[in-house]
Design a protein around this ligand. Sequence first.
Ligand code: PEP
Ligand code: MN
Length: 261
Amino acid sequence: LAGREIKPDDTVINVKGIEIGGRSAVVIAGPCAVESREQLLEAAVAVKKAGASIIRGGAFKPRTSPYSFQGLEEEGLEILKEAGNLTGLPVITEVIDERSAKMACDYADILQVGARNMQNFQLLKLIGQTGKPVMLKRGISATINEWLMAAEYIMAQGNYKIILCERGIRTFETATRNTLDISAIPVVKGLSHLPIMVDPSHASGDWRLVSPLARAGLACGAHGVMVEVHPNPKQALCDGQQSLSIENFKQTMKDLSMFIQ
Ligand code: PEP
Ligand code: MN
C-alpha cells in the first residue's frame, strides 16, 4: 500500500489546513519534551511567530537511561493541547505504547512513533486502527525496506495518513549523534508516495548542524523538517545540546525560506 506502483501520485496529508507532502516545506518545531506550561507555551508562541506550522513536544519520553526525565504524561498532553488552542496550530506528540496512544488521540493532531518503536508491531497496528495522522520515524538501525514495511503495518489497518521521518541512523561515525541518511530521501520518494520529512536535530545532536542538515534535506526533496527549539536550551531537561534557541530558530527559518511558499 505504501508503494508508488500502487499509487503513483504523492500523498498529501491535510492536518487542520496544513498540507504535508505538497510543494511547500512544512516546519515542525518545539521542545524535545514538555517540561512545564510556561516552557511549552513560550516555545509555541515563539515558533509560530517565526513561521513554524506545527508544534511538537514529548509527553512520554523513551529515554536511554531510566533515571532521565520520562515526561509529564497526561499533564504534558493537556499543556500541548492548550498550546494548540492558543496558536491555532496542529500539535504532534510521541506515543510509546497502547496507553499513551489511546490517551494522545484525545489531545494531539498527529501521533509520533519514535525510532525506538518503529518495529513495535502491536503499537503500529493499534495506531492503524485509530485513523489518526502519524509520523513514523526511521529506526536507529532500520533499512529503508524495514521502515516502509513498518508503514505498511499501519496502512494494512486502514490508516493511510503516514508521514515518514528520516532522523539519522547509527553508523561508525561518532562526530555526530547519528548520521543523517540524506540518500534515503530520494530513495524513499522513488519507492513510496508517502510524505517524508527530516529531523536534523536528532540526526546531528548539535544545534549548530541543524540548519545545514535541514537545508540539505529540503534540497533533496523532503517535504519538511522537524526541529527542536527550547526557550532556554542550557536548562533543557532533554536534548538541550541539539535544541535551537528562539533566536537560532528565527535564523534557521530565514535559511530555509527558499523552500517555504
Ligand atoms: C523525538 O523526536 O523526540 C525523538 C525521541 O526522536 P527519535 O525517536 O527519532 O529518537
Ligand atoms: Mn529529542
